[in-house]
Ligand binder design. Structure first.
Ligand SMILES: Nc1ncnc2c1ncn2[C@@H]1O[C@H](COP(=O)(O)OP(=O)(O)OP(=O)(O)O)[C@@H](O)[C@H]1O
Length: 305
């Protein structure tokens, strides 16, 4: 699907490419159309392209990445944003966000408005800030992430939750899947090197942003705009600690459960003889072993304030 408001004179020389993932979240397409209506009404030139498969958003963004006047808008969830950010790496185009996902963690992190007029105003504004992604390198190749990467039980849940359940229940699908997977998961220890220093944990989250699972605080020392990571090691593993963590999340206390250790690091290597699941920005991201480092450069992302 491609449309522009063609004949009308744009309000300025910039144009927006909107990359829309029709499979994201609960398919709240009405929010997308309302934002686009507001932009078109204000004379913004738009091109809207629907993704056809996983990875397509990155391909589309890559084609536009080197145009400094281009705003490339990810309309979807955190996975779609990460794909668009991967396509923009090394280029000069800016990143915009229309949050349409299940958890929309990065949108919360950046304090983006959720209403259509506020989102349109954010995209049309000049306000931007740097976003410095991370890269996870595994046997499957390089994968960019914008908000966080998890290894262990949370990744196991992400690998098993179905798109249909997410569509029907939203974030509740993760709660239901967590309860289903608790008795099935082995809680094997995770062996890491954090800036070269050996560590072990039952579960690990490598955070770029401070929030996790929605608008919930996990890593107060996180710096989304700078190189480096906040690493949260959950030293206690098993069904009991996982239930405590689940209860702590909506209370903004996940980062303070017993056995949670916070570190800052610039390189995290996850070792281990057997493969453990990883998730990046809420999507399955293969298995360990893997190495996490900074992306080569930051991206400029549009913000409301
Ligand atoms: N047309 C498509 N068909 C199938 N998968 C797609 C398509 N377009 C994009 N995808 C994949 O869908 C994945 C999930 O999308 P996304 O993360 O944006 O939504 P979500 O999981 O509902 O939201 P959130 O991450 O906020 O929970 C993306 O990683 C992307 O690879």
């Amino acid at each position: 699907m491609i449309f522009t408001n063609g004949g009308e004179r744009p309000c300025d020389d910039r144009s927006m490419l909107v990359i829309y993932n029709p499979t994201a979240g609960r398919r709240r397409v009405s929010r997308l159309w309302t934002v686009l209506d507001v932009l078109v009404a204000h004379g913004v030139r738009l091109e809207v392209v629907e993704t056809r498969h996983a990875g397509h958003a990155a391909e589309l963004a890559r084609e536009a990445a080197h145009d400094p006047d281009r705003l490339v808008v990810a309309a979807g969830g955190d996975g779609t944003i990460a794909e668009v950010a991967a396509g923009l790496q090394g280029g000069r185009a800016r990143l915009g966000i229309i949050p349409l996902g299940t958890a929309n963690v990065l949108a919360h992190e950046l304090g983006l408005p959720m209403g259509a007029v506020g989102l349109a105003a954010t995209l049309a504004s000049e306000r931007q800030r740097p976003l410095w992604p991370g890269i996870a390198t595994s046997a499957a190749g390089d994968r960019l992430f914008v908000q966080m990467l998890g290894i262990g039980f949370d990744a196991h849940v992400v690998h098993h939750v179905s798109r249909m359940a997410k569509r029907a229940l939203g974030k509740g699908a993760y709660v239901a899947q967590t309860l289903r997977e608790l008795p099935r998961y082995g809680f094997e220890p995770i062996q890491l090197l954090i800036d070269g220093e050996a560590a072990e944990a039952g579960s690990v989250i490598v955070a770029k942003g401070s929030l996790y699972g929605g608008p919930y605080l996990l890593a107060p020392d996180a710096r989304p705009d700078a190189p480096g990571f906040s690493v949260i090691l959950f030293e206690q593993a098993g069904i009991g600690p996982a239930l405590v963590a689940g209860a702590a999340l909506p209370l903004n206390r996940l980062g303070r459960v017993p056995g949670a250790v916070h570190r800052r690091a610039s390189e995290i290597v996850v070792r281990g003889t057997h493969a453990l699941p990883a998730q990046a920005d809420g999507d399955p991201a293969g298995t360990t072993p893997l190495r996490i480092t900074d992306a080569g450069s930051p991206i400029s992302v549009m913000v409301a304030r």
